[in-house]
Design a protein around this ligand. Structure first.
Ligand code: SF4
Length: 155
């Protein structure tokens, strides 16, 4: 997996103070996409074991308390990303008690594969669906267009 940006302290993408990872790779090609440079799976930088360890350490950093992890992109559920994202969310569940996981994906909940569902089974909140320009609404919280749904599994 590749990624574009990692923010160890972020107060914009999800509630509270968070760690946020923007991964590379998206096949949805939404018109009006705000993040086209992330579409190619080989764009950005290599996601390494070192970065995975850093994310876990940042989530457990008691000096600046993080509420949880946000995963966006690109699409964290792109087939090329699922294995690495699954490993990361498994580690967060095992090593970072009481941290929530929010994930933004262009796939809808109904169309997820079994592999993608394994990831979604471990997260707290999924914001799903493509960005649809004619349903764009700047007043919406945590989503860009009104077709997208916030699925709160655990919160
Ligand atoms: S799902 Fe997100 S990153 Fe992918 S094309 Fe649509 S708006 Fe862009």
């Amino acid at each position: 997996m590749n990624y574009h940006h990692y923010y160890p302290i972020d107060v914009v993408n999800g509630p509270g103070t968070r760690c946020t990872l923007f991964v590379s790779g998206c096949e949805h090609e939404c018109r009006g996409c705000y993040n086209k440079t992330t579409w190619r799976t080989d764009s950005g930088h290599a996601y390494t074991q070192q970065l995975e360890d850093q994310i876990i350490a940042d989530l457990n950093d008691t000096r600046i308390k993080r509420r949880g992890l946000s995963l966006s992109g690109g699409d964290p559920l792109h087939p090329a990303n699922v294995a690495a994202v699954l490993r990361l969310v498994q580690r967060v569940r095992q090593e970072c008690p009481n941290k929530d996981i929010w994930l933004w994906s262009g796939y809808t909940l109904a169309e997820l594969s079994e592999a993608q569902k394994q990831v979604v089974d471990l997260i707290d909140v999924l914001i799903d669906g493509k960005f649809e320009q004619d349903k764009k609404d700047l007043n919406l919280e945590w989503r860009g267009s009104s077709n997208q749904i916030i699925h709160r599994f655990k919160l």
